[in-house]
Design a protein around this ligand. Structure first.
Ligand code: ZN
Length: 145
């Protein structure tokens, strides 16, 4: 069964690599590009590395009379959140979830398939190292962010 899963992962990563070098423009990678395509509903298959360890946090201003909100992708729970762009008060995290859950939710909304890719083979390790652990095969070509 494990071999079968690995074979499926390999096939879908090979399809991504093929699209990447093709001029049809049906490959996207990196959080920004993939999030953009998820918002457009153009993702056919979302590829997430099993080694992806990030969270998506909803950020609010600690000043209660300030309405500033933002979203941040965090790689380290103890990394500084920063200060408000409007009033320079300290920002705080209002909600935080695993980025896999966050992106999978977006994928579900547009009917995209989600594949968690093993790093136990070359293309899978490449997804983690070269593409930030986040990539997509698209239904149609879109413009870059
Ligand atoms: Zn503020």
């Amino acid at each position: 069964l494990i071999d079968l899963e690995l074979t499926k992962d390999k096939l879908v990563m090979r399809q991504f690599m093929k699209e990447l070098v093709s001029d049809k423009g049906l490959a996207a990678y990196g959080e920004k590009e993939v999030r953009h395509n998820l918002e457009l509903g153009s993702v056919e298959t979302l590829l997430l590395s099993e080694d992806l360890r990030k969270t998506r946090a909803k950020i609010v201003c600690s000043n209660r009379s300030c309405d500033f909100t933002d979203s941040q992708t965090r790689t380290n729970a103890s990394a500084p959140i920063g200060n408000c762009l409007k009033c320079s008060s300290q920002l705080t995290i209002a909600e935080e979830e695993d980025i896999v859950a966050d992106l999978s939710k977006m994928a579900d909304q547009s009917g995209a398939a989600v594949k968690i890719i093993s790093t136990e083979f070359e293309e899978g390790a490449q997804l983690d190292k070269a593409f930030g652990g986040i990539a997509a095969i698209l239904r149609y070509k879109t413009s870059h962010v």
